[in-house]
Design a protein around this ligand. Structure first.
Ligand SMILES: [Zn+2]
Ligand SMILES: [Zn+2]
Length: 144
């Protein structure tokens, strides 16, 4: 759970990222919670975000419990991530957003897990850099 809020001087893209905190919106540069003043979230979409968080929480807990990736988390085209990408596509029309992928590059490689194309490297202040696919709006963290 993040206690701190993003204080970056510039506005960076937002990452839709489930991490057991109450807000699934993180700054792509510092990975802290962002101020949602940047987004207009109506009741319908708030509800969808809540549904996605509930699903993600269940899949995540199962993963931690079994120490084995659930088919739902592993499959970029499954119902969990389908809902996640729907949210990102919707909000991305208002403000640049990416979908956080749960594996890092060491586990995932440099290709987009969704469309298999090469991803673009972007610098950040919390891990050094991450990779993004601008077609799928997907973000994979690079850990060294
Ligand atoms: Zn930030
Ligand atoms: Zn892609």
């Amino acid at each position: 759970m993040k206690q701190e809020k993003c204080k970056c001087e510039k506005n960076h893209p937002i990452v839709l990222q489930y991490d057991f905190s109450s807000l699934p919106f993180a700054c792509a540069n510092c990975n802290l919670d962002v101020d949602l003043g940047r987004l207009d979230i109506d009741d319908q979409w708030r509800k969808k975000v809540g549904q996605w968080m509930t699903k993600y929480r269940m899949a995540y807990l199962q993963w931690l419990d079994l120490d084995e990736l659930t088919p739902e988390l592993a499959n970029p085209a499954g119902t969990l991530h389908e809902l996640g990408f729907e949210l990102v596509t919707h909000f991305n029309a208002q403000y640049p957003m990416y979908y956080w992928w749960h594996l890092d590059t060491a586990e995932q490689g440099n290709r987009c897990p969704k469309c298999q194309s090469d991803m673009m490297r972007v610098r950040n202040e919390y891990t050094g850099s991450h990779l993004v696919c601008n077609t799928c709006r997907l973000l994979v963290v690079i850990k060294s």
